[in-house]
Design a protein. Structure first.
Length: 634
């Protein structure tokens, strides 16, 4: 038992730490602008650090061993980024303040300003008829902050109205689970933007129609509430991408394209499988939801034709779609198989050949930029910018500026700092995500057991006791030992999840986390062997083998979650700044090289820009050659 004097000292120290404050004059600054950080009632001997882009290493400015309780830290040389001023006392984080430094607004009237937010997952407040166990249990098992989603959404609407962008992009998962009443809340907010002259474009995500989870909550009861159909989605969002007079619609999906600006074509791709969802009634065993993505052949051709036509007229293309095409961390396809569209990598490489170089996605709730190169055309690349959800830590949105020459895109990331319900939304979101480490543990556990089976079957030592005995014990009792392993690994799993959510993992000392994973794995294995009566010499033998394999095991599927490497050890390795970056793009020239100009025989046939032959006049919109002359069919 602690003595009274020790308890008193602890209470005083706790009071001192809770009383201190760290503030900045405003939440965001421009590059070159003076940043003043005020700290008050900080204990003597504290350290004040400034972190950039969530880096674990103090960056740019720090003040150690503070000798006065109230002081200021001034800096005017900060680069663009997300910053956190942190005070530490006795190596413990005591208080902090976050702010953003962004590039100065040097845009001319000809520059394009785009606002992008994704996975807003609005759940109408009216869906909670009476809060009780049904609602509480649903929220406890979900890492998304659905209870705050409506307030977060209208905070975003206010932010957009204050920033006045030219266009707003919302790449899917507009609602919790396609509830009609939630869509009505979304449209209410979007109409506020429309009334202020701001163009909004949306596409569906895998949570937006024909959902098997469209429910309301009434005390202990979960009640089925109407979801919407594919045609209803198009009608509800008619003013936000689905008006035939504004955008050209794909007949095979909810995809479309529009020339929102003379020099820029925006293509919204619906690659969801919502229409395939099997919806009968709540809890029906035959219900089935498809959360992965699929680009149907007709839709793919629609997109390629749209991109080729844009190139022929000298326009750049920007694509938004919900699912990712590219892998954003090593072995993503094994851990989260539903993250990407089927054959996404191949489709991305095809896009790069057809004037599509910038793709915005969501779905995975991560801020990450991945890229590939078209090997046939040298450095002709495709860059996929995946953006995190607004209702999951760190709670962010992107602002995108395209220069007047249309050859430079600046991407800046900003945080949602507060809502009507929460003055410190960032901290709240961080704590909530940290409490849901089991979200990552499920797929991690499966990978760990798969590696154990691989060691057992494919390592020459795996067939030799005591290795084989130990491996068989774990493999045959996964349901027993997986929860036990979680207790050992939940701290490094939590740190992994937070680190990956923050992005720019390559800026951080993440080897601390990987070492912790290995050490805790060994401790778990030792405990299992000890409790099952393995003699000490055998435990040591198994430990030695595991030491040589655990680092490699975690490296295989956590490397880019912690080190920001997508296509590891290849020319496609990705270490792009995930939060603040300038992307250079090549504007296509209006030349005859963009179409098949070679003269065909005078056979009255038609040829599209891919050289395909039509024996009669095409009905599909596009550019064609007829007897050697270029014609346009609208």
């Amino acid at each position: 038992m602690k003595s009274k004097s020790i308890v008193a000292v602890m209470l005083v120290a706790t009071t001192m730490l809770s009383a201190q404050t760290i503030t900045t004059v405003k939440p965001s600054y421009e590059v070159g602008e003076q940043v003043v950080i005020d700290f008050k009632q900080v204990p003597i001997g504290s350290n004040l650090y400034l972190y950039q882009n969530y880096s674990l290493v103090p960056n740019v400015v720090c003040k150690e061993n503070i000798t006065q309780t109230d002081d200021k830290l001034v800096s005017s040389v900060l680069e663009s980024g997300i910053y956190e001023a942190v005070s530490e006392f006795n190596s413990e984080k005591a208080n902090s303040a976050q702010f953003v430094v962004k590039q100065p607004n040097q845009t001319s009237n000809d520059a394009l300003k785009i606002f992008l937010a994704t996975d807003i997952h609005v759940m109408a407040k009216s869906l909670v008829i009476n809060q009780g166990s049904a609602y509480n249990n649903a929220m406890a098992s979900n890492r998304k902050l659905l209870g705050q989603s409506e307030d977060v959404f209208f905070q975003i609407i206010d932010t957009i109205l204050s920033q006045k962008p030219d266009i707003v992009l919302l790449p899917g998962d507009l609602t919790k689970d396609g509830e009609k009443i939630s869509h009505e809340v979304v449209v209410k907010g979007l109409n506020m933007l429309k009334q202020n002259g701001i163009t909004v474009l949306v596409i569906p995500g895998n949570h937006d129609y024909r959902s098997t989870s469209s429910v309301a909550y009434d005390g202990e009861q979960t009640i089925v509430t109407p979801t919407i159909t594919e045609s209803e989605f198009k009608e509800i969002y008619k003013d936000f991408g689905y008006d035939d007079s504004f955008a050209v619609q794909d007949t095979s999906s909810l995809s479309y394209y529009c020339d929102a600006f003379p020099s820029l074509r925006i293509i919204g791709i619906d690659a969801t499988r919502d229409r395939e969802n099997q919806v009968k009634q709540l809890g029906d065993a035959s219900n089935k939801t498809f959360s992965d993505g699929l680009m149907r052949p007709n839709t793919l051709q629609f997109v390629l034709d749209a991109a080729d036509q844009a190139a022929d007229s000298g326009r750049n293309c920007i694509v938004m779609m919900h699912h990712q095409m590219l892998q954003h961390f090593t072995n993503q396809e094994k851990i989260f198989s539903s993250a990407t569209i089927q054959q996404g990598d191949s489709i991305a490489r095809l896009f790069a050949k057809h004037n599509i170089h910038i793709v915005f996605t969501g779905h995975m709730h991560i801020n990450n930029i991945s890229k590939i190169y078209n090997r046939e055309q040298g450095l002709d690349s495709l860059v996929e910018i995946s953006t995190g959800s607004t209702i999951e830590y760190p709670g962010c949105f992107r602002t995108i500026t395209i220069n007047p020459q249309r050859n430079l895109i600046n991407i800046s990331t900003q945080l949602i700092k507060n809502t009507a319900l929460n003055e410190n939304y960032i901290k709240y979101a961080q704590d909530e995500l940290a409490s849901h480490t089991e979200v990552l543990w499920g797929p991690m556990s499966n990978m760990i057991w798969a590696n154990l089976k691989n060691l057992r079957n494919n390592n020459s030592l795996g067939a030799v006791p005591p290795f084989s005995t130990f491996f068989d014990l774990l493999i045959n009792n996964q349901s027993t030992y997986s929860p036990m392993a979680y207790e050992y690994l939940k701290e490094p799993v939590k740190l992994t999840m937070l680190t990956a959510s923050e992005a720019n993992e390559n800026y951080k000392k993440t080897e601390i986390i990987t070492n912790m994973l290995s050490e805790q794995t060994l401790a778990f294995c030792k405990d299992v062997m000890t409790s099952n009566g393995f003699p000490t010499p055998q435990i040591q033998v198994v430990q030695n083998l595991l030491k040589s394999t655990t680092n490699k095991m975690y490296e295989d599927y956590l490397k880019s979650l912690l080190k920001d490497c997508t296509y590891c050890k290849t020319e496609d390795e990705n270490t792009t700044n995930d939060l603040f970056v300038d992307l250079h793009i090549k504007t296509p020239s209006i030349t005859s090289n963009n179409v098949v100009e070679q003269k065909k025989e005078d056979d009255n046939n038609y040829y599209d820009i891919l050289g395909r032959k039509y024996t009669s006049r095409p009905t599909k919109q596009g550019i064609y050659l007829h007897n050697g002359e270029k014609i346009y069919i609208k």
